[in-house]
Design a binder for this molecule. Structure first.
Ligand SMILES: Nc1nc2c(ncn2[C@@H]2O[C@H](COP(=O)(O)OP(=O)(O)OP(=O)(O)O)[C@@H](O)[C@H]2O)c(=O)[nH]1
Ligand SMILES: [Mg+2]
Ligand SMILES: [Zn+2]
Length: 363
């Protein structure tokens, strides 16, 4: 067990209470009497290969990597998680249930689940007003937020580089009824102050978006420090490079927590069917009036969705995006479910072979 203090000193300068770290009744309610007496909660503020940076009223430091034991990637600890440490040995006892979890299908061929963050109250979906602006991409992030029951807020950066930022703000606001959209220059602290209401004491805000849109610039603007390295101006069109490479929580002067993340090149949806239904609630409502309950909205008679498109009440591009996302989500979730079944089946087979071997040995 390493007990070195965190080197990121702004996190340790002041003694923090549990509430300061985002603790609430939901987490407290998970502890039994014995745990209240013998454990101390800590929050995961960063995940490294070497282990987990954690922070709490009684301990701040690096823990060795915590494995879920079951091989289930969702059992692993991620940024934002709460762990109970044994007071005496400071070894982790267990991870607490999460209020919310963001995950995706990992990029590449492994098709594994990748955890992005846990216990987030508000999601800042960051996009720039120029080349990066893409409605389909925003809808992906909104589905993630809705599934996790966190509040999404779209932050459109680089308003200063854009002729008509209001056009982008309107296009984003149309994606979800009541969606909050802020359009700003992320380098301007006065403009960034508009985001403060979501960053109050105990609140956790995650920033997600493509590389180079200004997530770390926003983090620095809100913390008033320059903890996070941002991309050099001259490397601005070097699309392939990620400036931020790990996920980390940053404490705000007002008491909230910001979770900076590396830009996601691809957000493949997984287990967010309910989130998608919410994002595309307008289409779901229309579909209830289709003649056939299983209408594919693809030329069937009595299709209320196609009727709405014909009448100009539904943007056909939105319908196309919805179809694509629903199909992708189903495919990814199905392939993951199949993978889990295979793993379980293999586990059973392995155990039965072991049992037979032992039997033979005993005979
Ligand atoms: N003009 C202008 N430049 C901005 C704005 N926001 C960010 N930038 C610049 O864009 C570049 C990228 O910003 P970062 O904050 O590093 O982007 P990031 O989203 O953290 O990128 P990754 O860490 O790679 O995911 C930097 O040079 C910023 O100064 C903005 O609103 N206006
Ligand atoms: Mg960054
Ligand atoms: Zn239909």
């Amino acid at each position: 067990m390493t007990r070195e203090p965190l080197t990121r000193e702004p996190l340790t300068r002041e003694p923090l209470s549990l509430a300061d770290c985002g603790w609430n009744a939901f987490f407290q309610g998970q502890l039994d009497i014995e745990e209240v007496a013998t454990t101390t909660p800590v929050r995961v503020v960063a995940v490294h290969r070497a282990g987990l940076d954690v922070l709490g009223p009684d301990f701040a430091g690096l823990l060795p990597p915590v494995s879920g034991g079951s091989g289930d990637p969702e059992a692993r600890a991620t940024v934002g998680d709460w762990l109970l440490l044994d007071r005496a040995s400071l070894s982790p006892r267990r991870r607490l249930e999460r209020v919310s979890l963001f995950k995706r299908r990992a990029a590449g061929t492994a098709r594994q689940v990748q955890l992005i963050a846990a216990n987030v109250d508000t999601l800042f979906v960051v996009s720039s007003c120029n080349q990066d602006f893409n409605e389909a991409r925003l809808e992906r992030y909104l589905a993630l937020a809705k599934e996790a029951e966190t509040t999404p807020l779209v932050v459109l950066t680089k308003a200063d580089l854009c002729e008509e930022p209001a056009t982008y703000a309107r296009a984003a606001a149309r994606l979800l009824p009541g969606l909050l959209v802020e359009c700003l220059d992320a380098r301007d602290p006065a403009a960034v102050a508009a985001l403060r209401p979501w960053c109050g004491p105990g609140q956790t805000v995650a920033l997600l978006g493509s590389s180079g849109v200004g997530k770390s610039t926003l983090v620095n603007g809100l913390t008033g420090r320059s903890e996070q390295r941002t991309r050099g101006v001259r490397a601005d069109d070097d699309k392939g490079r990620h400036t931020t490479t790990g996920r980390s929580l940053h404490r705000l002067p007002a008491g909230g927590w910001l979770l900076d993340t590396p830009g996601l090149r691809e957000l493949q949806l997984l287990d967010v069917a309910a989130g998608l239904d919410e994002v595309f609630a307008d289409i779901a409502a229309l579909a209830r009036d289709c003649r056939f309950a299983d209408c594919g909205h693809d030329g069937e008679p009595g299709c209320a969705v196609q009727a709405a498109v014909a009448a100009g009440r539904l943007d056909p591009a939105r319908l196309k995006r919805q179809r694509k996302l629903v199909a992708e989500e189903a495919r990814n979730s199905e392939s993951l479910a199949a993978q889990r079944r295979r793993v379980r089946a293999f586990g059973r087979m392995y155990k039965s072979v072991q049992k037979q071997k032992r039997k033979r040995y005993d005979d």
